[in-house]
Design a protein. Structure first.
Length: 291
């Protein structure tokens, strides 16, 4: 029986459905107590040394983050599912503030289910959901969110210096509901740790990934060790690109925009501010990868 394009798509769909079922069984339930200060204390020196050598990680402006209390940090996101910019920032945050300060990072379910990344939960990485965001801020923690999510993290490498939050504004409502400051965090270099070619939105739609994984992209990249990498569902070894991160001053939304801030105005201003900072970081880089 001939195996044409329709048959190939159907087979790929069945394979992805099986992967989706397995991934869902691996995603842990929301538990902020999985963050383990003792584990962070023991592993932090070695991991920070590795990140300093491999990524030449440089994080500026950590002093802009309020020294205590709940705070919502909002970042642009790069580097595919292995999240190199998040890793560098998380190590720097814990080094600067100490491991006892509660700090959580929201990540897609697939990231938490990927082989080899389970230890991220001990560093405070939890599934991205309104429930987890609310619980983290209610506990008095610092919380890092990436509104652009999978859409931004898989943008083509030649858009490395572009902030693309995908029009997602839920973080602004969260900050207003919890009355916490917003701290923009801008990073560059992660999109050079592989050659990202396309978000693959058409492919994700064709294979119904939005229904199975909550994914609207099926990225196509060239990455170690796979060569051509479709989906990045097994992760990849990030290349040694220099990652530079700039933390901007905190924003009290009601102080800046009044008692009833316009969410669209806040979003537009924040993206513009982050883009200006990212453009400045890009201007410092003499060569891709080298920085």
């Amino acid at each position: 029986m001939p195996f044409g394009p329709a048959g190939a798509v159907a087979l790929a769909g069945r394979v992805l459905e099986a992967v989706a079922r397995q991934a869902k069984t691996r995603v842990p339930k929301a538990d902020l107590d999985e963050r383990d200060p003792d584990y962070i204390r023991e592993s932090l020196p070695g991991l920070w040394l590795l990140a300093s050598l491999w990524f030449r990680g440089e994080v500026r402006g950590l002093n802009h983050i309020p020294s205590d209390g709940p705070v919502l940090m909002v970042g642009n996101h790069s580097g595919g599912n292995v999240m190199p910019d998040t890793i560098v920032f998380t190590l720097a945050f814990n080094t600067f503030f100490g491991v006892e300060r509660r700090f959580y990072q929201l990540a897609h379910n697939l990231v938490l289910s990927m082989p080899g990344l389970g230890s991220l939960r001990k560093y405070g990485t939890v599934a991205a959901s309104p429930e987890n965001a609310n619980k983290a801020l209610d506990s008095g923690a610092a919380l890092l969110v990436y509104p652009g999510g999978d859409y931004e993290v898989h943008r083509p490498s030649w858009e490395s210096a572009k902030v693309d939050l995908g029009g997602r504004k839920g973080f602004i409502r969260l900050a207003l509901d919890k009355d916490v400051p917003v701290v923009p965090v801008v990073a560059i270099g992660g999109q050079e740790t592989a050659l990202f070619l396309s978000r693959g939105e058409w492919l994700a739609k064709l294979l119904r990934l939005d229904k199975m994984f909550r994914l609207k992209v099926l990225p196509i990249s060239v990455a170690i060790p796979w060569g051509l990498n479709i989906g990045d569902m097994l992760g990849h070894l990030p290349g040694p690109s220099k990652i530079t991160i700039q933390v901007l001053p905190p924003i009290d939304l009601r102080e800046r925009y009044g008692s009833e801030p316009d969410v669209d105005e806040v979003y537009s201003d924040l993206v513009e501010e982050m883009q200006d900072a990212l453009t400045a970081l890009q201007a410092e880089r003499s060569l891709p990868l080298i920085g």
